[in-house]
Design a protein around this ligand. Sequence first.
Ligand code: CU
Length: 189
Amino acid sequence: MTHFSLSGCPHTATKLALAMLIITTIPMSTAWAAGEHRGSHAESPIGQPGVAAQASRTVDVDMTDAMRFQPARLDVRQGETLRLRVRNAGQIKHELVLGTQAELKAHYEQMKRFPGMEHEDPSMVSVAPGQIGEIVWKFTEAGTVDFACLQPGHVEAGMVGQVAVAGGAGDARKNSTPPARPAGAAHRH
Ligand SMILES: [Cu+2]
């Protein structure tokens, strides 16, 4: 049984690199060709692509040639949608990729095997020097979501960070995120 995690994180790679990967690691499938990922973000512990109009706030993250994200730690509430405005303050290409540690590790190995590989997915953004990119992401599960710059060498240099997702639907409700269920709010005693 083919398991997609072996091929790295389920991001859409392009051109030759992807073709080679498919040949060497996974059979061609309509799901992949359609740009879908089995075991996709809908059930991912890191959350799912967000809708910009539902973003509760915008957070600026800088990426530098010192191989750092600034800030490298973000705090969000479970259920919150964040607009991440990611600025490359350096002279070389950087990227911010959200994922579980396992996903990032696998994806990073892939990036090292195919330097310069272009890849894209709603959970990541590659940003040219001096440019600004954006990720809109909904953090649906409490816990920790990792992120990293997967350009070869950057992880080892420390270009990693974390999003701490505070649990508690009750808190999210208080903070104006529409509740999934009214939970008896309709009547009062
Ligand atoms: Cu980088």
